[in-house]
Design a binder for this molecule. Structure first.
Ligand SMILES: Cc1cc2nc3c(=O)[nH]c(=O)nc-3n(C[C@H](O)[C@H](O)[C@H](O)COP(=O)(O)OP(=O)(O)OC[C@H]3O[C@@H](n4cnc5c(N)ncnc54)[C@H](O)[C@@H]3O)c2cc1C
Length: 639
């Protein structure tokens, strides 16, 4: 085994662990901070908040993103809200309850210490964002408003209409720009990280391609932070921004960073159904809609009547029926599987019977159209633009779609990967959500990581190393840069017959069919046979037009899809090895009589951490056991 999996979990009472850890961490004095260079790859909510905070502390920060502005990071798409245990509603919320809901929501596959810390700092995030001027929705009297999200029986979700991510990102962007202006953060727009440089077992820099000029450059640092988002686009169709990709974490994996639970993918229950084979993306309808929308299917199979003509007694509000305690607000994995089950049994609606209704009629009757407009106006407008149907008068049609990846690079309690000096934040790491993330918890985690955790833990690391003792002239940098150049040239030289999208679409189909909402051993083995063949064909027959010395989006995509091929194989392998069902990982062989996920705590109460052992070699699977000291492991129930 090449790497040690020490989660560095503090001991003692749960509620004192983070304070104790902070107390014990070493510090870099203010005068010494500018001697250290930190690279932050990513300027979404996780990376942007980290870069701004580290700049504010006085470190010399270089921040990279592939978009033309940090404001275009995928985080901007987040709609529904961000959780925090403020208990403003006086409805029984607490840090412990948010912690418990998150552990249970993740089907007991995350670390207690991390999740408790997340719940603890959630309250600081809201204060920080309010101070930045984020326009959260407010009650009539001026206090911050809340709504509910899945897997919770309290209202703890703070929101800015259906544009919460955008508003949080603007707050974060202002903080970042302030540091850019102060000269503490140097921003590299339109730069893509294509490799990680490891010297003497430590992360010492990255190789990037300037996406406008094609220039390939090396950047040296004392520590590297990856905050590069999730990899749901491995499925081709997902709710993620088209540019979201796995390249940064994949190249880090190939340089020695362990990959945690790669198969843990979240399928979101409320997306606009796919409408054709050549669609390039799917659109989310925020989970917040389930606060007021009621999900149903006709009681009669194959009923093609206009939904408004189907009387109440002929409708099955199946979530309210099966899960009366949580109803329409049961967690995403459960709501998604229930929708699939209804459609598989023939109750689905719309083209191909792949849809269920999300109906606001009752809420509009109770609250009035104006209130619904205020709460969800932009989402309704988006739905109407895409489908041509008016959701104020006709129920929305929705179906589950790939949305988020709980898997990612393995990190310890300090958010450090298995490579010393390489830290991973936000959706790019595997950490806090176990096998299923609760709604409104990704923004919470990204900002917790960036604003409140990394400033302490990276300081602790840097305080123990000498600043600036490597240069870009060193052999390791030169070799990594050469590899990037060769790979780029190779992609451009194939000049085959199929587009990058052709290959990506085919890969996505394999993944959705065999490693999607339901998985089984035969399907996963089949996928593991098909993917290498398709990957081989990609390297023989892909057509990447243009050159490497210019803006070339086909080339960008080709590099990302090449990495998706390799990651897809690891995901299938991980899904095959985990012979249990938990959260979003539903192995058909392992289910209860009622069709719920059946965990095997005896054999799988652990994080699976994969180690790259060389191209063409089977990666090594290691485990980090999960110890539950404070929470009783139970069969999840939302009934
Ligand atoms: C439609 C939608 C709605 C959502 N709504 C919510 C919600 O309401 N609440 C919630 O909690 N969560 C929500 N989520 C999830 C949440 O938005 C994401 O998990 C979160 O924003 C991820 O933030 P991040 O900073 O980790 O990554 P991102 O925002 O994806 O940022 C990644 C950054 O990394 C950069 N990058 C990536 N690769 C490279 C590379 N190789 N080189 C250089 N730069 C690179 C990008 O340029 C970008 O700056 C939603 C997700 C979707 C898809």
């Amino acid at each position: 085994m090449a790497f040690q999996l020490d989660p560095r979990t503090p001991s003692g009472p749960l509620e004192h662990r983070w304070s104790k850890a902070k107390q014990e961490m070493k510090l870099v004095s203010p005068a010494n901070r500018r001697k250290y260079t930190v690279i932050v790859v990513g300027s979404g909510l996780a990376g942007g908040s980290a870069a701004a905070t580290l700049g504010e502390l006085g470190y010399n920060v270089k921040c990279f993103c592939f978009q033309d502005s940090p404001r275009r990071a995928h985080s901007i798409a987040a709609q529904g809200g961000i959780n925090a245990a403020k208990n403003y509603q006086n409805d029984g919320d607490s840090i412990y309850r948010l912690f418990y809901d998150t552990i249970k929501g993740g089907d007991f596959r995350s670390r207690e210490s991390n999740v408790y810390r997340l719940a603890e700092v959630s309250v600081n995030i809201i204060d920080q964002c309010v101070a930045q001027g984020v326009p959260f929705a407010r009650e009539y009297g001026g206090t911050l408003a809340n709504r509910s999200f899945g897997g919770a029986q309290v209202s703890r979700t703070f929101y800015a209409r259906g544009q919460t991510g955008q508003q949080l990102l603007l707050g974060c962007y202002q903080a970042l720009e302030r540091q850019v202006d102060a000269g503490r953060v140097e921003m590299f727009y339109r730069h893509e990280m294509l490799d990680l440089v490891v010297i003497g077992g430590r992360a010492r820099g990255i190789v990037t391609r300037n996406l406008v000029t094609g220039s390939i450059d090396c950047h040296v640092a004392d520590a590297v932070v990856l905050a590069t988002g999730g990899y749901g686009n491995v499925f081709y169709l997902s709710t993620n921004a088209k540019g979201s990709n796995a390249t940064a974490i994949w190249r880090a994996y190939k340089r020695g960073a362990g990959f945690g639970n790669p198969c843990f993918t979240q399928i979101h229950p409320t997306c606009i159904p796919q409408s054709g084979d050549y669609q390039s993306k799917l659109t989310l309808m925020s989970e917040s809609l389930r606060n007021d929308g009621r999900i149903w299917v006709p009681k009669q199979k194959g009923d093609t009547r206009n939904p408004n003509d189907i009387p109440e007694e002929e409708r099955d509000y199946y979530l309210e029926r099966i899960y009366p305690a949580f109803g329409n607000l049961c967690p995403r994995d459960i709501a998604s599987r229930a929708a699939k089950m209804m459609c598989d049994q023939g109750y689905g609606v719309g083209p191909g019977g792949r849809g269920v209704y999300l109906d606001f009629k009752e809420a509009i009757g109770r609250l009035g159209r104006k209130t619904i407009e205020e709460r969800y106006g932009n989402l309704f407008e988006m739905y109407e633009r895409i489908t041509g149907e008016d959701p104020y008068t006709v129920p929305m049609r929705i179906y589950p779609a790939v949305h988020y990846t709980m898997g990612g690079l393995w990190v310890d309690y300090n958010l450090q990967s298995t490579i010393p000096g390489l830290f991973v934040l936000g959706e790019a790491n595997f950490s806090d959500h176990g096998a299923n993330r609760l709604g409104a918890s990704a923004l919470m985690q990204g900002l917790a990581d960036g604003y409140f955790i990394i400033p302490y833990t990276i300081g602790h690391f840097l305080a123990q190393v000498k600043p600036g003792d490597v240069s870009a002239e060193q052999e390791e940098f030169r070799a990594a840069r050469q590899e990037v150049e060769q790979r780029t040239r190779r992609l451009l030289s194939i000049r085959g017959k199929k587009t990058v999208d052709d290959f990506h679409r085919e890969l996505g189909k394999i993944m959705w069919e065999h490693c999607g909402m339901a998985r089984n051993a035969a399907g996963l083995k089949h996928a593991l046979e098909k993917i290498p063949g398709l990957r081989e064909e990609f390297w023989q027959n892909v057509n990447v037009p243009g050159s490497g010395e210019e803006l070339n989006q086909s080339l960008e995509k080709a590099g990302r899809v090449a990495d998706f091929f390799e990651l897809a194989e690891l995901m299938c392998l991980d899904a095959l090895e985990r012979e249990e069902s938990c959260g979003g990982h539903f192995r058909e062989e392992h289910q209860t009589e009622e069709g719920e996920a059946k965990r095997d705590d005896e054999r799988f109460c652990h994080v699976a951490v994969w180690e790259h052992t060389g191209d063409g070699q089977r990666p090594a699977r290691h485990v980090e056991p999960l110890n539950f000291e404070f929470v009783h492991l139970a069969q999840r129930s939302y009934k």
